[in-house]
Structures are given as structure tokens and as C-alpha cells.
Design a protein around this ligand. Sequence first.
Ligand code: PHE
Length: 334
Amino acid sequence: MIEKIEKYIVEVSNLVANTKEEAENLRIKYIGRNGILNDLFDEFKTVPNEQKRSVGQAINTLKNNIQEKIDELISSTKKLNLEIKIDVTLPGDSLKLGSRHPVNIIKNRIVEIFSHIGFSISEGPEIEDDWHVFSALNFPENHPARDMQDTFFIEKNPDILLRTHTSSVQVRVMEKEKPPIRTISPGRVFRNEAISARSHCIFHQVEGLYIDENVSFADLKQTLLYFAKEMFGENTEIRLRPSFFPFTEPSAEVDITCTCKGKGCNLCKNTGWLEILGCGMIDPNVLELSGIDSKKYTGFAFGMGVERIAMLKFGIKDIRLLFENDVRFLKQFE
Ligand code: PHE
């Protein structure tokens, strides 16, 4: 009987199964109710006592080997079945690419336009002191912009606050660098304002600063005309309206021609013009406060709201859309 068992041991070690059914049939053949193993156990009863020990050991080895082999075959055919289900010739799912946020698209474009004419990029902190946001920029002590209405204060006396404009970076650059200075500063600014379709308490600005000998208002106008044409198209014209900022003299607000050409549209309220930025010649007092000789140097500065430009460019009617991060909105800028 021992020889018969040993033959089975060899046979079992060579078993193969290509499908789940084949593996299952082998299981029934060897360890099923009427399988080979049970027959052997029946036969074992007739084995003479003195052989029981060695035959018993051989049957146990066979039993363990069979169980192991069948388990192995079943799991390998399962894997095989899985592999068959994967059709490698099917076209793959395309990767979903994200898109840039419209504010970033416009900010990058502004940076690109000015870098073509030699402007570098400067950055400054969002949490600022009174000096860099107001005092060094010629804001009188009781100027309404310092009021709680507009400024988010973090600490009072000495004042620590969230910058209300990127002109604070202008001050930091003037303190640190010697003219000629030609730089733009993109960044986030904060104002304690009611949120509406037209204004938000957080938005982005790009500030521009140019200081050298003999910088004139004509340079300012030409620089802004170049920017307007690059940003809004070759046929764009600009118009400068007198305005006021504490840190520039003279100051102006800049409008561009509306695409309706004044024929009448909601966007420009039938005026034909859209305001895009504020600018002016840097007040000599501001230059001196930052240690720049105002007899030798002159300069201009301008500041624009990135959201405003994005809204004009993309025809976005409500600034809040730019902060809600609704994917259905953002998807349109892919
Ligand atoms: N800082 C001004 C604002 O926030 C914009 C500005 C910048 C105006 C530079 C003139 C010169 O409204």
C-alpha cells in the first residue's frame, strides 16, 4: 500500500489546472466524499497493525500535499480569470487635467507683459505695519483709509494690520534698493468692505513702480498704453482722468475703451470707457521718506485690481464667483 501512496504523492505534485472548473474537478477527484483519499482511509483499516504507523504517516503526507496543491491551483486559476478580464487593448481613461484659476491666469499675463519691458517682480508681507501701508505713503494721520471701515487691524499701538494695497511693497523696495528701480508687485490685499457683486474683502493687486532720472508722465502714459494694448487688444485706447492718491502727484485713473465703442452696453454704462487702474507720479515726499533723493530722481507708480481685469477680460459679472471655487465655473477656464 505504501508504494501506491507514494505514486499518488508524485502524481499530486505534478497536477495542473488551467481553469477554475479543472481545479474543482481535481478537488473532487482527490478529496471529495468518494475521492481517492477517502478510499485510501478505508483501505487503511485493513492494514496489519505493525504497518499502521508507517502507512498512516504516508497517508497524512499525501493528504497535506493534496490540500496544499488544490489550494494553490484554485488561487492561481482565480488570478488567471482576473487577468483574462483585463482587456489591455481597450483605450485608457484620459487623465483629467486641472485648470488655472482665472485670477492666476490674469496675474501671470500681467507679470508677463511687464517683464517684457524690463520689470522685475517684488513681493512683501501680507501682515504689515502702519508705516509701510500708510505713513511712508504720505497718508495723513486722520485719513479715512486708516479708519476701521477699511482696514483689518490685528493689533493697535503700534498698529499691525493686513495690507489694504500692494503699495506697501513699493515702500519696502524703495527702502532697500537704489534707483534705477523698475518692478511690479503682485499680491493679495484685504479691505474691511461689505461683500457684493462688485467688491470683496480679499482681492489681488499688481503694483508697478519705476524710479530713475528724468522719468516723466509721458513714460507713465506710454507704459500703460502698451499694457492696455497687450492685455485687451491692439485697438484698445486709454484715457487718463485726474484723480487723487496721497502718494502720487499728479494722480490719475486710467480707463480703456469698451468693446461696445460707446454704442451702449451695460458693462460701461453706455460711457464707452472702463476703469482699470490708478496711477501717478510718485510724490517727492514719498521718495524722501524712503531715502531717495527727490531732486535727482522721479518716478511713477500704478496699481490695478487683478479681479477687476479678469472680470472685464472674461465677462464675469460677479466677483464672488472668483472666490467660491465652484468647479462648474472654474472648468470654463481649462
Ligand atoms: N494703491 C492704490 C489703490 O489701492 C492704487 C495705486 C497704486 C494708485 C499706485 C497710484 C499709484 O487704490
